[in-house]
Ligand binder design. Structure first.
Ligand SMILES: [Zn+2]
Length: 375
């Protein structure tokens, strides 16, 4: 017999670790075409009604698709339309399933980060692409462990189109900018958000934490113009190390961890490949997909391919997570709908991704937050 794990209402006392099985009542069942008979329950404390489906990754969906197949395809450079064609569904159905997995990925990654010791240095860098059209280039800033290549967090910003343009392209840019103009401080804001969440989480450590970046002046401005960060640099808690972006991109380069992940992303994700027709059309979907990819990198890809011992390790373990914790956190990833732990602090970027708060250029209405994500 199915036993619900907890009440789905975050305000209820039975939301986390309810006692025994006396906290709910069984109130019958309903029949669905896809999932058969589904038992229904009611919480004795807050009287919220829920069913077995509330805790399933298929909550609110009318059709079962193979999640493992979808993630394998999407992380092997397949386009959403290709996958939809294979499974004989609409492309929207695939995006919907990717977003469900991605939501689990964001929550699980935060659980992992909460357990990490932060005893390695960090590398931060941006990956440029575009969304909607070439007139809206963008930048994904990722924060990576220098030794573990574990991706701690990822942020996003739209940039202003720069570089050489023909006169007609300049006119078009001016026209588009009447509707949407990217902030010139986008990279700074992205970097600041990442450092804020780092500053909140990072425990005390004896040696200074070194932040490796390239020589973009945006990074330096954030460090020196934010009181909290400036203090950390002054007191020796943080150190900033800049690398000239012209330097050879080999393993000796301090930015190797991000260069390596950039290369992996370009290789594995159709939407991030250069000169492609499969570019993202919606920023919130793009960020969900990116988070799903990075989670897969953190928890499933071998830490090192050529070393028989390190081959068994995952990047999350290299960053200091115990194997049993990794197994516990990722358990049920493809079957369960993950819930946010009570009181769990999420990074600003993770919050924006979960709530679809990223702004897509030229989009008139704000994003609709569908019920599944609103938890
Ligand atoms: Zn309840």
């Amino acid at each position: 017999m199915y036993i619900p794990e907890h009440c789905p209402n975050p305000q209820c006392e039975n939301y986390q670790a309810p006692p025994g099985t006396r906290w709910y009542r069984k109130i019958g069942q309903y029949h669905t075409h896809t999932f058969g008979s589904v038992p229904r329950f009611k919480c004795r404390s807050c009287h919220t009604g829920f069913s077995k489906q509330t805790f399933s990754i298929n909550y609110y969906s009318k059709r079962e698709l193979d999640y493992r197949y979808i993630i394998r395809q999407i992380n092997a450079c397949a386009g959403i339309r290709n996958i939809a064609h294979d499974l004989q569904v609409k492309p929207e159905a695939i995006t919907n399933r990717i977003n469900r997995l991605a939501r689990n990925a964001v929550l699980a990654n935060q659980c992992i980060v909460d357990l990490l010791p932060f005893d390695e240095d960090l590398v931060l860098d941006g990956l440029e692409n575009f969304c909607v059209s070439q007139y809206f280039p963008d930048n994904y800033t990722i924060m990576v462990g220098k030794d573990s290549q574990f991706v701690y967090d990822c942020d996003y910003t739209t940039l202003r189109r720069k570089g050489r343009m023909r006169p007609d392209q300049k006119r078009k840019r001016a026209l588009l900018e009447v509707i949407f103009k990217a902030s010139t401080k986008g990279v700074e804001s992205s970097f600041r958000r990442l450092l804020c969440s780092l500053s909140e989480r990072q425990p005390e450590r004896e040696l200074p934490l070194i932040l490796y970046t390239d020589d973009k002046s945006d990074y330096e401005r954030v460090l020196w113009n934010t009181k909290e960060f400036k203090e950390r640099v002054y007191t020796g808690g943080w150190r900033h190390h800049k690398t000239n972006s012209k330097e050879g991109r080999n393993t000796q380069n301090p930015l190797f961890p991000v260069n390596y992940i950039d290369r992996e992303i370009r290789k594995d994700m159709a939407s991030q490949t250069r000169e492609t027709v499969q570019f993202p059309r919606n920023v919130s979907n793009a960020m969900l997909r990116m988070n799903l990819y990075l989670f897969d990198h953190n928890t499933r890809k071998p830490y090192r391919i050529n070393n028989p011992v390190k081959r068994k390790l995952r990047h999350a373990q290299a960053a200091g997570l115990a194997r049993q914790d990794l197994d516990r956190i990722t358990k049920g990833f493809f079957e369960k709908r993950f819930f946010r732990k009570r009181g769990q602090s999420l990074s600003e970027s993770a919050m924006k991704t979960l709530q679809r708060q990223w702004v897509t250029p030229l989009r008139e209405k704000p994003e609709r937050l569908w019920k599944y994500l609103d938890a």
